[in-house]
Design a protein around this ligand. Sequence first.
Ligand SMILES: [Fe+2]
Length: 353
Amino acid sequence: MLRELADNFRPVAPPRIFEGAYSEDQYRRLTKVVRENGPWQLILAENFERPEEVIATTSGELPEGVELTWDMLLTNPVFRGYLARQGVCFYPELEDCYYSSRFLEMARSYWGARYAEPETYLFNIQGPTPIGGPPHLDGTVFRGMTMENTPLWLLLTMAKSCLFRRWQAKKCQVIAWYYKGRIGGGFNCWPDGPSGDPFQIQAPMWGRAVVVENEMMFHHGQACGPVAMRQHRGLDIKSTIEPDPDAEGGWRIVTGDVVNQRIPEQEVRFLVHWGARVFMDFDELKVTLDHKDDISPERAVEILIDDMRKRGIEVPTPTDPMNDPALVRLVARVYDIGGPANIPADAIDEVAA
Ligand SMILES: [Fe+2]
């Protein structure tokens, strides 16, 4: 366990909060796209089909005799949809939001960088939920290594090991929230590293946004909504969220033919995540686009194995490193960097009242 590595996780600059992320007209178009193009899947459904797979990627092991069900895992139903990918905005009516000169300038200024390009655009939508797990870092990519040619475990390990900063993409996000609820629903982050004080952005918020580097800053969403509405039963990985036809502005969670929960407009938490890649100068842009200094998965594994051996850990040389469960388990254990322990208490109804 290399807990001291966690202290390296500090963003390039403190979070920059601002109001009015989108104009009223942009917000209206965003919500129109989201209401007209659902239903939307659970975030968990992007990566997992069976509950056992979730457990395999976290550290947990099930007690003997316990059969895992989605009910045990789906206590925090957050749904997601994508609005763009790389250079392509999926909805022409949102192009001014995605290719926003204002956001691009914020990303450049946050980094002191010369260039920025929009790279990701997605939203999360949820009703009342408990806290979404421990603080985390967003996944990142490296020059030459992305989800397209590298398993997720290796990208995550590379980031946590701090050995690959030379190749790591420089990124910036503008995250905006629309949440009228009065209980929780804000954002906690650790800009001074996980042993520093948490910084909280509190709800209610309507177009409040923050400029951040979430690959290098531990963060998570707060629990939100009335406690009694945070209980979820009967969900599975195919549960979706869709506009509630019986309630203006409301949403409902549906599993097959069953409506699990109706969420009134007041309790809907809507997050819009805009992400850009930045390049400090023309040289960095050229090195990246011309692939002059890429790293390969094979080289990355060599570097990790070297590092572990230098730390006195015995590592057998793998014959097929991309498909070696023992290696995956080993790096998960060695590069377990932990995270913040000083997590603010959840907002509950009584406090808000
Ligand atoms: Fe995140």
